[in-house]
Design a protein around this ligand. Structure first.
Ligand code: NAP
Length: 324
């Protein structure tokens, strides 16, 4: 089969399209014919080396994909050849193995993909939507009537958070850094879209909250925004740090005076029971029509290196997806 492999850690050009033996489903496993692969920022951190999860070299990147089950190993029940599925990691590892024509998975790593959702959309479900669900409902105790700031709403996690929060009855303010990104944020149902490149955007958010500030903030770039989040968050507010790319100086007094709480989130550490609940909520939302992953860019699998450069560039507008 065709697969993207990295034989060393480094820049995007370590990603090579190679011919490797087709994997087969062993006992207790299933094989998925991959129709689309989702590209996530962490794929680039892992590729660069020094990420929290270090795969043995050479390795196939990626945890997100969607396709059709085409082999079912001995002893597997509840998953059948022909099932449309999205995956959450592979049997190679929870965070890699998906940039390929076939992926062998544990049964718990395949999830029913409703017919109304395309494979390209299905490739953007696991990492973005489970992260967003966990941030809202597993960490920040999101409740109908809360005002939510999604600080970075035009990318994979931000779109997912916006849709989940709208469906749960929150008022959503989403930010993006380009006109195209702002259009994506509005189209996902955010009540307000604000440009995070403008120095005035924090004042704008405060004004949109009637001076009180957002009850919840999901933060995609904490090294830039965290101290500002403490300034604008509502009294008793909750901030979830989802994305961070460096260090930041903060004034802890702001957390004290706001009686605020700051939560961290690591997708790979979510308790299994919450992961199960997240997938149930995601599938229900896909079926009802509340959740609709946004595919901004489709590229052939061979263009994985280009996709890695793109996912780290400004101007997000939904997911970047590779087609094997
Ligand atoms: P993505 O699709 O690349 O989107 C990145 C988002 O960040 C875009 O909306 C982008 O907006 C926005 N952004 C850029 N500059 C910003 C700024 N100054 N202030 C606020 N937002 C800004 O990435 P993603 O998949 O949504 O992931 C978002 C972040 O969360 C990444 O850093 C990722 O590594 C991290 N993440 C963490 C976990 C975890 O377990 N903690 C799980 C998933 C993702 P523009 O491009 O329009 O400027």
């Amino acid at each position: 089969m065709k697969a993207i492999r990295a034989h060393q850690f480094g820049g995007p050009d370590v990603l090579k399209l190679e011919e490797v033996p087709d994997p087969t489903a062993g006992a207790g496993q299933v094989r998925v014919r991959v129709h689309a692969v989702g590209v996530n920022p962490y794929d680039t951190y892992m590729r660069a080396g020094g990420y929290a999860i270090a795969p043995a070299l050479p390795y196939i990147p990626g945890a997100d994909a969607a396709g059709v089950v085409d082999q079912v190993g001995e002893g597997v029940t509840g998953v059948h050849a022909g099932d449309r599925v999205y995956i959450s990691g592979t049997a190679q590892g929870k965070a890699h193995g998906a940039y390929a024509a076939y992926a062998v998975c544990e049964p718990a790593q395949v999830h029913r993909l409703p017919a109304r959702i395309s494979f390209a959309q299905g490739a953007g479900l696991f990492v973005p939507y489970v992260t967003a669900w966990r941030a809202l409902f597993g960490r920040a105790n999101a409740r109908a009537g809360d005002t939510l700031l999604v600080h970075g709403a035009s990318g994979g996690v931000g779109v997912a958070a916006t849709q989940l929060a709208r469906a749960a009855g929150l008022t959503v303010i989403g930010t993006a850094g380009t006109d195209e990104g702002l259009a994506v944020v509005r189209a996902q149902g955010a009540h307000h879209a604000v440009n995070h490149r403008l120095p005035s955007h924090l004042d704008e958010i405060t004004a949109l909250c009637g001076g009180r500030g957002p009850d919840l903030i999901l933060e995609m770039l904490a090294n830039v925004n965290l101290d500002h989040d403490f300034t604008i968050v509502a009294p008793g507010g909750r901030i979830v740090v989802i994305g961070n790319r460096g260090r930041v100086e903060i004034d802890p007094r702001k957390i004290m005076t706001k009686d605020a709480a700051v939560y961290g989130l690591a997708l790979w550490g979510i308790p299994a029971d919450d992961v199960r609940r997240a997938h149930q909520a995601i599938i229900a939302g896909l079926e009802s029509g509340a959740l609709n992953p946004v595919v901004g860019t489709e590229l052939p699998l061979a263009d994985a290196a280009r996709a890695h450069a793109l996912v780290m560039a400004p101007g997000a507008r939904g997911k970047i997806v590779l087609i094997p």
